[in-house]
Design a protein around this ligand. Structure first.
Ligand code: DP6
Length: 328
């Protein structure tokens, strides 16, 4: 086989209904559906080159060659693609994020989605969106949601092999001009990442109640999104985020991702909304706060966030595209 190469970009995403806990950890089969929005402008760009001359896979993130341990998840993805394409060649993977890694701006989502598209294309496979979403999911659950465009739902599925656990678009990026204003309070690497957290979720006695209530939150979120109803949307998004953090804080051992600045922002956002500014918060497995607002509210939300103590920077993102192949 000759050297073959492909490059893909994929955007990060922010979940409105969160993925927290797996029914099968190896296959990353979640215990509930989740809903998210891709984040325009916050992306990974990944090139995969299969090269018969390579003795082993080489994984470069940023400009740093990764250790064998750090490469493990990426190499496992390459192994899946090699098996699907019946390919033996090792690969070089070059991936760059244009945002800080490991700080609650799902870098694994954009990274594994871009990897799924670049690696499968370089291997000569022509996968459907559904197949790509499943492949990305095996690398990182939330990556399944960065394959389709815009507003996305990941259906948990029911089969044991995960063949019906994939994400699809609920609406195109131009459906609703929401803006995610991401208040960065820390860009340090977190102590316990999502993978470790998912494994602990079932140890919280509250997880069962959260899952039972999902059948109420999911359709509410979906409907509010489709109707562009910000008030209803805000209520269910904040509730879902706080419920996930209640699970985290009551897991054994417990996980506390919030810092004091996190709570300051949460309280400020509630006050702003009570005062008529469309804004609501959602927080992933880290201390940074995603403040969702409308196009009209974005400049004011950003200005107010920057004035709060502990806010180091604010990134903004609109609804973004799905994973895309880069020509040449
Ligand atoms: C809190 O997809 O990062 O951001 O499958 O282990 O890679 P792995 O976990 P990951 O989990 C995301 C958790 C979350 C909520 C969400 O994005 O739905």
């Amino acid at each position: 086989m000759l050297v073959s190469k492909a490059t893909a970009t994929s955007n990060s995403n922010i979940a409105f209904i969160k993925y927290w806990g797996n029914r099968d950890h190896a296959l990353r089969l979640p215990v509930n559906n989740s809903i998210s929005m891709n984040l325009d402008g916050l992306y990974s760009r990944t090139t995969v080159t299969f090269d018969p001359a390579l003795a082993e896979d080489v994984i470069v993130l940023g400009n740093t060659v990764q250790s064998r341990e750090a490469s493990r998840r990426v190499v496992a993805q390459l192994d899946r693609v090699r098996q699907m394409a019946n390919l033996a060649a090792r690969a070089r993977v070059d991936s760059q994020n244009n945002f800080p890694t490991g700080a609650g701006i799902a870098s694994s989502a954009s990274g594994f989605a871009a990897l799924a598209l670049a690696a499968s294309t370089a291997a000569g496979l022509d996968l459907s969106e559904r197949e790509l979403s499943i492949l990305a999911r095996l690398g990182s659950g939330s990556a399944s949601r960065s394959i389709p465009a815009g507003f996305v739902e990941w259906q948990m599925g029911t089969t044991a092999d995960g063949s019906d656990s994939f994400a699809f678009s609920l609406a195109a990026p131009d459906h609703w001009a929401l803006v995610d204003c991401i208040a960065l309070v820390s860009v340090e690497h977190k102590a316990v990442g999502s993978t470790g957290g998912h494994a602990l979720a079932h140890t919280s006695p509250l997880q069962e109640a959260r899952l039972e209530d999902t059948s109420r939150r999911l359709p509410r979120c979906r409907q509010a999104l489709l109707n562009r109803d910000f008030e209803k949307f805000a209520a269910v998004v904040e509730e879902d985020s706080t419920m996930m953090h209640a699970i985290m804080m009551t897991s054994r051992p417990p996980l506390f991702y919030w810092q004091s600045a996190t709570l300051t922002i949460m309280q400020a956002v509630s006050d702003w909304r009570a005062g008529g500014l469309p804004a609501c918060f959602t927080i992933d497995a880290g201390p940074n706060v995603h403040v969702l607002t409308t196009a009209e509210g974005a400049a004011e939300v950003e200005r107010r966030l920057r004035a709060l103590p502990g806010v180091q920077n604010v990134l903004t993102a609109r609804p973004g595209p799905g994973a895309i192949l880069v020509e040449g």
